[in-house]
Design a protein around this ligand. Sequence first.
Ligand code: F6R
Length: 618
Amino acid sequence: MCGITGYIGYRDAYPIIIKGLQRLEYRGYDSAGVVLYDGKNINLSKTKGKVSDLQEKASQEISIEGKIGFGHTRWATHGVPNHVNSHPHLSQSSNLVIVHNGIIENYDTLKQELVLRGYTFHSDTDTEVLINLIEEIKIQEKCKLGKAVQLALQQVVGAYAILVFDKEKPNELVIAKLGSPIAIGIGKENSEFFIASDATPFIEYTKNAIYLEDSEMAIVKIDREIRIHKINDDSLVEDLRIQELQLNLEQIEKGGYEHFMLKEIHEQPNAITDTYRGRLLANKGVIKMGGLDDNIERFLNAKRIIIVACGTSWHAGLVAEYLFEDIARIPVEVEYGSEFRYRNPIITENDVVIAISQSGETADTLAAVKLAKSKGAFVFGVCNVVGSSIAREVHAGAYTHAGPEIGVASTKAFTTQITILALMALKLGKIKGNIAAPVYQTYLQELIQIPDKVAQLLEEDAHIKKIASIYKDVPNFLYLGRGYNFPVALEGALKLKEISYIHAEGYPAAEMKHGPIALIDKNMPVVVIATRKGHYKKVVSNIQEIKSRHGQLIAIVTKGDIVVRDLADHIIEVPETLEAFTPLLTTIPLQLLSYHIAVMRECNVDQPRNLAKSVTVE
Ligand code: F6R
């Protein structure tokens, strides 16, 4: 789950690598490192900490010259985050150097064999084992770097995206992939190559990129050559699959906001519009969605839908359970990717599996997709990152088009995922005749109002910030919601704990009396989602139960509510909408509340401790 980036061409590599690593820091920020070849020597610098720490260290300890080099930003898997475990890793001779994203599962066995052959190891990493295995094969087989990498990888069990350089072959970089993503940006007429875990490090240099497939390796050379072949045999990949990237620089910069998370919260009106643009033709009463339309029979004949996802995407899946069952009357089960993949689930050819993932790279969700496919289910992806592993693995899918989400805490991904899933439920409900034409039409007309309503809510920022200042120092928070807003309660609690490190729990409001009510006293802030639709009266009863125990109540209510206003310590009003769309609104103040509390606690909002944006390890 690390970020890797490299360059080979006619420009100075160092600034490209450093900027690239900063853009990839969302993938991990335990340590960072860079290596450059200046025409004579390999110059390597690495450190525990962030890319900014590396920058300071590298400029003092190495020559930053060179037109070829690469770097790494790490999320620790094998070995604690410290200097020696940081990447890049040199081989024993110091002639070979590597960066790696992934896990070599059989590294211990390989290490023992190498130790017997006289290798000594300085780090606890699986990566140092791999580079020495490559070196050993190169010596034994008397072969070139590319062949040695290929033969080494044939012995490896696990996942990797790697970049390797050999001082004895200083005009090329070797790249390989299995399970972890890697893209190659191609300069004009192959004059330069950029390599990175995603395309953000090279977007200002080229729009042409190749995403390596699993079990492929590439050799890129300074003399304008690129060759891709399979790792398991020598067959050449003839079609280079060069894609034109849709990303632009503005999308991946902060645009005047203090944090990416705040920018992304504020992008939601546009992101939701971009999600339904061209798909929702409200005035014509039409929903068009290629991936769904082309496979509509699979959905209509499905005995059930199984949703697989992790984290915030799993919460969007829970909202979808309400949407699909309520509107389309299709039974739904929502599964954590990590549980699903290991519990021998019953999956049949009549099941439709929907995988939800912002990054499209989450290892557990990807494994669940592969498992479902192997059992004959039809698998549909809801991803944000175009060309990501899950997007490529599924039978069909729909992109959320939310634009890059860089803040580690997911915000616009959640609301855009719900938007896509609502469109799907509505289309299926309409075809199945479960919702009458006027009701269907009301849904469509309301959905196009949502971005404006989100924009109105964002204007409540100062009010929410004031509430945040009152509760910023509490140790615990409780979040309650019912029906469509139960998943929002879970999501609100997750947002708070991951960026502010305050312990928070989400519960269905009625479950409170089965245990969590014992936690409530005058020191416990309880956030209750109490919009006027759905189970309003029942939630009001829950609120009364909280007040009788002197809990501090922050209520998310529908504009104009007077009942809860009298009971709550603070209210945040959301515009009126249909019950099914309330999560698209109620989640916004909870995102802002977490954001402001975390900023006031001086937490690193965009890069919370121990986390990374895409979780490509299980
Ligand atoms: C929480 C968060 C994570 C992700 C989870 C799944 O704010 O960002 O819980 O939602 O790691 O990631 P994706 O959606 O990329 O599969």
